[in-house]
Write a protein that binds this ligand. Structure first.
Ligand code: CA
Length: 225
């Protein structure tokens, strides 16, 4: 599977340079030059790692990190200028996994990326197999089962279930589910999410007499641990 790295950096020369180096190493990259846009991108897609500048237009990196951490544990490497020591401290307090002081050697950044991706391996491993109580989902084989009994799901049902499991304990809005499962192009109708939640409940909750998927009124859906 491809490793995707989000680069949130408004200095286009740095962003381009880092992106080229990372692509050369075989990573897939996406560059965003604005804090708010970077946050949206990080929330809507599942990046393996994020490189985050501190001084950014519209929302600074520390604030991006703070908001991201309310929803996700994606590894974040903060880029700071040499004199932004307070940001460094603040960033680590807020859950940055690492930081680099600009200017930096690209070899060092690559080494930190490798180290932080490795730390993340248990979570990557867990990506391929989700279990929750008696429910087990194997994303490689694309199979789901409850207490050993196979659950027959369509592609979209399966993808939606996996997305909810990957984000367990986080309330997922219809818009986020739509973006994640149907893609950004599908700006049809958020009712699609409700319809597919009903399908999942018919095949899982109703059959096995459990309350797997919870509706949070006005907010969306959540699978809780
Ligand atoms: Ca900057």
């Amino acid at each position: 599977m491809e490793t995707e790295i989000l680069i949130v950096e408004d200095e286009s020369a740095i962003a381009r340079f880092v992106s080229l180096e990372l692509e050369h190493e075989g990573y897939k990259t996406k560059c965003v030059a604005d804090g708010r846009e970077g946050l949206e991108e990080a929330l809507n897609k599942n990046y393996d790692l994020i490189i985050l500048d501190v001084m950014l237009p519209s929302l600074n990196g520390i604030e991006v990190l703070r908001r991201l951490r309310q929803a996700k544990a994606t590894p974040v490497i903060i880029l700071t200028a040499r004199d932004q020591v307070m940001d460094k401290v603040g960033g680590l307090d807020l859950g940055a996994n690492d930081y680099m002081t600009k200017p930096f050697a690209i070899e060092e950044l690559l080494a930190r990326i490798r180290a932080n991706l490795k730390k993340n391996i248990p979570r990557d491993g867990a990506k391929n197999a989700h279990t929750l109580g008696k429910l087990s989902v194997d994303t490689d084989a694309r199979k789901a089962a409850y207490d050993g009994e196979a659950i027959d799901l369509t592609k979209k049902e399966f993808d939606l279930l996996v997305f909810l499991l990957e984000n367990r304990n986080i309330v997922i809005s219809r818009e986020r589910a739509l973006d994640a499962v149907w893609g950004f192009d599908f700006y049809g109708n958020t009712n699609a999410v409700d319809v597919y939640i009903r399908y999942l409940r018919a095949k899982i909750d109703n059959v096995f007499k459990i309350d797997l998927i919870e509706t949070v009124r006005g907010a969306g859906y959540v699978i809780r641990e």
